[in-house]
Ligand binder design. Structure first.
Ligand SMILES: [Zn+2]
Length: 477
């Protein structure tokens, strides 16, 4: 993967009356108001902003689309809410992007900015409008201001706050949530014909599975209110915008935008160097139709794979200063495309990282061996001789599963190598069809047995794996 009542320049007394009127309005017509939200993940990618934010606060009120491309080039003509995050220092908000945000506000759009710190690049967007995060610590519990209470039409309104910066606001802003020292955590003002809502990050959810819709009781009406100045057309499509820059590198299409451009080519070059190692380690090419695209993802937080496309965090592990973590990550995400179409049971993630580690070893990187040894040592704390704990049991510790998986791969290579993994991958491709509904650990042991020409069920059982040859339809001979 982190907007109000009340018009800004009006005298307080009028604002109070206005607040009451607006609260009334919220409970009636806003329920039918349609929101076309664009959740921006171009400044910083997170799984939360990739759809979960909308699901938590606006589900049933319209549609969400994601912006993966340069913000400056985004088409906002049929959108009325732009959800931004403070972003990452590696991708400053470009001057043209700030101008885009201002133009959207001018025509009546609503902008929500979630700020996680005083250093976040997003402060550049809001500071010119008189609001920025500060380094001053918050004090005590967060609570709703009278403006927010009136707006929500509920005097028992509760605020959950999970930390984040306080906001310094100029007089035209309406503070909506404050801490015990009256420091602002959420504020709204009108800008142009639209509304700008700025909040401290911890007032909103963050779980990648959208399971923490904190403050939805008042955030949802607030967002509906903020979007009221611009109508959207439900008949016209509201689509996500993809990263607009591409470069064809052999069979691989590199995808990036202005913010990730400084990293993209170097990452693609790393992949070009890693690919032949993966082919040699696994003994096969990636599965049919896989790994056609590589997306440079604006994050240092990791990557993902859809098989056909892998997405790589552009500054993962402080790349390009440090190289090994990037090699391991690319090896991992690309490795998924070798493992498919049948994902490995139990150790689908560990085997992907193990492939990354093997690539690092072959490139002579010391960190690869260190990583392997460290993970195996952590697993031994749970199972010193690796003969007791079944990694397949639901309560097996994560460290045990990962480290014991690595141990098994190393032992298989020691006992059945060289190139034991390549024997396995080749046999797996030969034995399994694309449409196989399930690939179980019993199936896997049978494939390994065929690959090395020996019944490995007793060996796996000696390591604590509860496996049975009679539960698989795959012959071991
Ligand atoms: Zn993975």
């Amino acid at each position: 993967m982190r907007a109000g009542a009340i018009l800004r320049a009006w005298p307080v007394v009028i604002a109070l009356v206005c607040g009451a009127i607006e609260a009334q309005e919220t409970t009636t017509s806003s329920s039918s108001r349609r929101v076309h939200c664009v959740s921006d993940i171009s400044q910083e990618f997170s799984f939360y902003m990739d759809g979960r934010f909308f699901r938590q606060y606006l589900e049933g009120h319209g549609e969400d689309a994601r912006n993966w491309g340069s913000l400056a080039q985004l088409d906002l003509s049929n959108a009325n809410l732009l959800a931004l995050t403070g972003g990452d220092a590696h991708v400053p908000y470009a001057k043209e992007s700030v101008a885009k945000v201002n133009a959207f506000l001018a025509e009546g759009g609503a902008v929500l900015m979630l700020l996680q710190s005083a250093e976040a690049p997003g402060n550049e967007v809001t500071r010119q409008h008189g609001c920025a995060a500060t380094a001053t610590a918050t004090h005590g519990p967060a609570c709703a201001t009278p403006q927010l209470v009136r707006f929500a039409g509920d005097s028992t309104i509760e605020v959950e706050f999970r930390g984040g910066p306080t906001l310094a606001i100029e007089s035209m802003w309406q503070p909506l949530v404050v801490d015990a020292k009256d420091q602002t955590l959420l504020a709204l003002r009108s800008v142009g014909s639209g509304f700008l809502l700025v909040g401290s990050r911890g007032l909103f959810g963050s779980n990648p599975d959208a399971s923490d819709p904190i403050n939805a009781a008042w955030i949802t009406p607030l967002l509906l209110h903020a979007t009221k100045k611009k109508q959207v057309d439900a008949q016209k499509p509201h689509r996500s915008t993809w990263a607009e820059d591409t470069m064809q590198l052999g069979p691989l299409l590199l995808e990036f935008h202005d913010g990730t451009a400084p990293y993209a080519k170097a990452i693609a070059d790393e992949y070009a160097a890693i690919r032949p190692h993966l082919v040699e380690i696994t003994g096969v090419e990636p599965a049919e139709g896989m790994i056609k695209r590589l997306l440079a993802l604006p994050t240092g937080g990791g990557g993902f794979s859809s098989g056909e496309r892998i997405a790589i965090g552009a500054w993962w592990g402080d790349y390009p200063k440090n190289r090994y973590p990037m090699v391991e990550l690319i090896g991992h995400e690309a490795g998924h495309s070798w493992v498919l179409p049948c994902a490995e049971p139990l150790w689908n993630e560990p085997i992907a990282t193990y492939l990354g580690i093997q690539v690092g070893r072959r490139m002579g990187m010391k960190e690869a061996d260190d990583t392997l040894k460290r993970q195996i040592a952590q697993a031994r704390r749970h199972d010193p001789k690796f003969d007791k704990v079944d990694p397949l049991s639901p309560d097996a510790h994560r460290d045990l599963v990962w480290g014991k998986s690595y141990f098994v791969f190393e032992e298989l290579e020691r006992l059945h190598g060289p190139a034991a993994l390549a024997k396995y991958f080749r046999k797996k491709r030969a034995l399994l069809t694309h449409d196989r509904p399930r690939y179980t650990f019993d199936d896997l042991v049978a494939v390994w047995s065929r690959a090395v020409g020996q019944d490995l069920f007793p060996w796996f059982r000696s390591l604590g794996f509860e496996v049975r040859a009679e539960r698989t339809g795959i012959s071991i001979h």
